[in-house]
Design a binder for this molecule. Structure first.
Ligand code: ZN
Length: 429
């Protein structure tokens, strides 16, 4: 059961508990077996670059642990691209002709590109790790960007697009997706965007989503009482009539994750991006991957964030390369990989505690090592990010390489009010 750091320190100090894992920091009680735990909800906000993961105590609604998992989708894509270039180069160089292989390759149903699949697998890894360590009873995830049901309910759509209300957030998320997160008139991105009537209301334009678009404030003002066509943008008016196609709104990675989480057999709550933003704005919480995760779904409305919470920053690194032969820039073999992965009991990616006796970096350091066969390892300091060489004799293992590297994030200092600023829909993920 996740407990307060002060309590963990006391238990460890009195010898009543021992450290089980370093990342996430987990202790195990020496004497007591079993005992009372409270149900914990595991909440996930899957993103393309990073995914927020949060554990929430279901009885107190307080967050007990938070992390941000940084994915390596881009790096996977680049690695596959590099491999392709290398192989193409090799094929083009060879003068002998080899007949193409019989093309019997096909992709299984539900196939995801490796870069996308790695995101799903990263999240599943962390869900299963946390389930081993904490009494997780329910799961929550953000599944879609907006709820079309809620949005197209005439009760809501017909009367007003209700700024600051839940339906308003769903409408805004829909419009951000449909109009590609930019001002439709000047094309600016990264500026606050306002919901705008394509045909003004007093000229017969309705409040339906099909008559709404997003514009920056200057454009909105300049357009005034004109229709989009009169303002010189007939294309906007034409495009408005076409609803966003279902496929465009559906995120395949999220659905793949949803299917995988469903198979775990725990109750799974799903939320929309609109709901997440609505919950976050209502509580006046700042932006952040783990904060968004806490705000996911209906359960996110009551969640309280622990002030001073430091999220664990988790970066996916993979398990190393499988390339057996490195080449120079001409594709000529340069070096072959050694068959040994561990040296002096350490592997690249291990987190170590190093006591350097002398020199510029004398002192105690905690960091990630890159092992070298001669015994002098490269160490990257955890907090400062400094890199220096340390001999294996001065290293003590803290946490064995597990495909991820770790750091501690900035604490949430004070909640900044976002109340009343909901009028502008800013461009954010
Ligand atoms: Zn504009």
């Amino acid at each position: 059961m996740p407990c307060h750091p002060a309590r963990a320190r006391k238990l460890l100090g009195r010898g009543r508990a021992a450290v089980l894992r370093r990342y996430p920091f987990t202790i195990i009680l020496r004497e007591r077996v079993g005992g009372a735990t409270q149900p914990v909800r595991l909440k996930v906000d899957p993103g393309s670059k990073a995914t927020g993961v949060v554990l929430v105590n279901e009885q107190t609604n307080g967050t007990v642990w938070a992390a941000e998992v940084e994915h390596r989708g881009e790096r996977i894509k680049q690695a596959l691209l590099d491999r392709r270039v290398l192989r193409r180069g090799r094929r083009a160089r060879k003068t002998r002709y080899r007949k193409p292989r019989f093309d019997n390759r096909e992709r299984p149903e539900g196939w995801l590109a490796p870069s996308l699949n790695s995101r799903v697998q990263n999240v599943l890894t962390w869900v299963s790790r946390l389930r081993r360590l904490a009494p997780v009873s329910t799961l929550s995830m953000e599944l879609v960007r907006f709820d079309t049901q809620l949005m197209q309910n005439p009760e809501i759509g017909g009367v007003e697009y209700q700024q600051g209300e839940l339906a308003g957030y769903e409408v805004r998320e829909y419009l951000l997706e449909k109009w590609e997160r930019r001002c439709v008139y000047c094309g600016k991105t990264g500026v606050p965007l306002q919901v705008e009537h394509i045909v003004p209301r007093d000229r017969g334009g309705g409040n339906r989503v099909s008559n709404l678009t997003l514009a920056c404030e200057p454009c909105n003002k300049k357009k005034g009482n004109q229709t989009a066509a009169e303002f010189g943008h007939p294309k906007v008016q034409a495009q408005a009539r076409h609803p966003l196609r279902g496929a465009a709104a559906v995120n395949t990675t999220r659905w793949a994750l949803w299917r995988a989480l469903n198979e775990l057999g725990l109750p799974l709550e799903t939320g929309t991006g609109g709901r997440t933003k609505y919950n976050r704005a209502r509580n006046g919480y700042p932006k952040g991957h783990w904060i968004d995760a806490a705000a996911v779904g209906v359960s996110g409305e009551a969640v309280r964030l622990g002030l001073g919470h430091r999220p664990l920053l988790v970066k996916a690194n993979g398990w190393g390369r499988r390339q057996m032969c490195a080449t120079d820039k001409y594709g000529f073999p340069k070096q072959h990989r050694t068959r040994v992965k561990s040296h002096f009991g350490f592997q690249t990616g291990d987190m170590v505690h190093a006591e350097v006796p002398s020199g510029k970096y004398a002192g105690v350091h905690i960091g990630r090592v890159v092992v070298r066969p001669r015994g002098d390892f490269d160490l990257k300091e955890l907090t400062s990010g400094e890199r220096f060489t340390v001999n294996n004799k001065h290293c003590q293992p803290l946490h064995r390489a597990d495909g991820y590297s770790y750091a501690t994030g900035e604490p949430l200092v004070a909640a900044s009010g976002e109340h009343g600023t909901c009028k502008a829909a800013t461009e954010d993920a």
